[in-house]
Design a protein around this ligand. Structure first.
Ligand SMILES: *Cc1c(COP(=O)(O)O)cnc(C)c1O
Length: 384
C-alpha cells in the first residue's frame, strides 16, 4: 500500500498529476558500458543534451580551481560580482538581474510566483518541457497553443498569433523559447513586437533565450531590447550552452527590478554556488573563447545539416547547437526507437523525442568535427 501512489495522493493536486522531467538516456550507465576513451577522455559520442563540446574558457576552469579552498564558506548570497558583470554586459541595472541554479530553476519559479489554481499559463505545443512541469507544479492549468504545421517555414515552431489568441482573462504567464528546444526554430523581432503589443500588461511574458549566442539569423533580435519598454517581459539566459558550464548550474533572468524583487522572495539564499559564480564571471569576460566556440558550432551546424539532408533525412531549421531530425513519418515511433537503440549499441547517444509528441524525430546536438564524423559513420551503418 505504501508505494508511490500512496504518497502521490497526499501531494497537492498539481503534483499528483506531475511527471518528472525526462533527462534522456542514463549516460553514466552507458559510459560504464563502453570502454576506451578517445584523446579527450570521451568514450561515447554524447549528443543528447545540447552541451557544448568545445568546453568552457580556460579562465573559467582556472577560476573554479581558485575557489576550492573556500568551499567551507557559503557562496555570496547576492552574487554581486556576477550581477555587476552581467549588468555591464547587457547595459542594465544589477537590480534587474536574478541569478538561478541554472535557468531551469528560474523557469520553475516564475510559475510558483505568478501562476496557480486561478492563474493559468500559456505555452506552445512542442515548447520546452519545463514550462508544462512548472505550470503543473504550481497547480496552474496549461493552455497549449498549436505550433506551426509541417511545411511551414518554421515547422512545429512557435505560432505567436496562436499563442496570443490562447491568452485568456485568467492567464498570468506565457512561456516562449527563442530559439526553441527541441525544435530549433525561432521568431523574428518584428513578429515579437507585434505579439507583445497584444499581451495585456498583467500577463508576464518569459522569453527563454538559452541558445541566443548561437543565433545568426538577421531577423532575430534578443527580447532584452524590449525589457525597458515592457515591464511585464522577462528574459532568461544560461551559462549551460554556449558558455559550456552546464555542470556548474548558472542561469539568470533580466526584467523589471520590481518583478525581480518579487522573484527574489522565493529564491533559495545560496542557490548559485561559489565555483559557479566564479566560473560564470570568468567565462563572461573571455569573449574570445565564446566567439571561437560559437563560430565552430555554426560551421558544424551547417555541415551536419547538409550531411544529414544528403542522406535523405528531414532536418528542421535551427539557430541552436542542435538539430531536430525527422527519421520517419509522424506516428512511426517504433522505427525511430529502433534507430536510437542501434546507435546506442555503437556508443552514440541522441535524445528521443517521444515525450514531446515528436517520436518520429531524434534531437541531435551539434558536436565537434570528430563527434559529427562518428555520428554520421554510425548512422550510415544503422540506416543501411
Ligand atoms: C538547456 C535549456 C535551458 C537551460 O537550462 P539550465 O538550467 O540553465 O542548464 C533552458 N531552456 C531551454 C529551452 C533549454 O534547452
Amino acid at each position: 500500500m505504501t508505494d508511490e501512489a500512496f504518497f502521490s495522493a497526499l501531494a497537492q493536486p498539481g503534483i499528483q498529476r506531475l511527471r518528472a522531467y525526462d533527462p534522456g538516456h542514463d549516460l553514466v550507465a552507458f559510459r560504464r558500458r563502453f570502454e576506451g576513451p578517445d584523446s579527450r577522455g570521451r568514450v561515447l559520442v554524447e549528443l543528447g543534451s545540447n552541451e557544448n563540446s568545445y568546453g568552457p574558457s580556460a579562465k573559467a576552469k582556472e577560476a573554479v580551481l581558485g575557489t576550492i579552498h573556500a568551499s567551507y564558506r557559503y557562496p555570496d548570497p547576492l552574487g554581486g560580482d556576477l550581477k555587476r558583470a552581467l549588468a555591464a554586459k547587457h547595459g542594465v541595472d544589477p537590480a534587474s538581474i536574478l541569478l538561478g541554479n541554472g535557468s531551469h530553476e528560474l523557469l520553475m519559479q516564475f510559475a510558483q510566483v505568478f501562476a496557480g489554481p486561478d492563474a493559468d499559463v500559456v505555452a506552445s505545443q512542442h515548447g520546452f518541457a519545463v514550462y508544462a512541469i512548472a505550470a503543473q507544479a504550481a497547480g496552474a492549468a496549461l493552455r497549449v497553443a498549436p505550433c506551426h504545421p509541417d511545411g511551414h517555414a518554421m515547422p512545429r515552431g512557435h505560432d505567436l498569433d496562436a499563442i496570443a489568441a490562447a491568452i485568456a482573462p485568467s492567464t498570468r504567464l506565457v512561456y516562449l523559447a527563442n530559439p526553441n528546444n527541441p525544435t530549433g526554430t525561432w521568431f523574428g523581432a518584428e513578429a515579437f513586437a507585434a505579439f507583445l503589443a497584444k499581451v495585456p500588461e498583467d500577463v508576464i511574458v518569459v522569453v527563454d533565450e538559452a541558445y541566443a549566442e548561437f543565433v545568426d539569423a538577421p531577423e532575430w533580435a534578443s527580447a532584452l531590447g524590449f525589457v525597458s519598454s515592457h515591464p511585464n517581459l522577462v528574459v532568461t539566459r544560461t551559462f549551460s550552452k554556449a558558455y559550456a558550464l552546464a555542470g556548474l548550474r548558472v542561469g539568470y533572468a533580466i526584467g523589471h527590478p520590481g518583478l525581480i524583487a518579487v522573484m527574489e522572495r522565493v529564491r533559495e539564499s545560496f542557490n548559485v554556488n561559489t565555483p559557479g559564480l566564479a566560473a560564470a564571471e570568468a567565462a563572461l569576460a573571455d569573449e574570445e573563447h565564446l566567439a571561437w566556440a560559437v563560430a565552430r558550432t555554426r560551421e558544424q551546424r551547417a555541415a551536419l545539416t547538409d550531411a544529414l539532408r544528403a542522406r535523405g533525412l528531414t532536418v528542421f531549421p535551427s539557430q541552436t547547437n542542435f538539430l531536430l531530425v525527422r527519421f520517419a513519418a509522424p506516428g512511426d515511433e517504433a522505427q525511430v526507437a529502433a534507430i536510437d537503440a542501434a546507435l546506442i549499441d555503437r556508443g552514440i547517444v541522441l535524445r528521443p523525442m517521444g515525450g514531446y509528441g515528436l517520436g518520429h524525430c531524434l534531437r541531435i546536438t551539434v558536436g565537434d568535427a570528430d563527434e559529427n564524423r562518428r555520428l554520421l559513420a554510425g548512422l550510415d551503418e544503422v540506416l543501411a
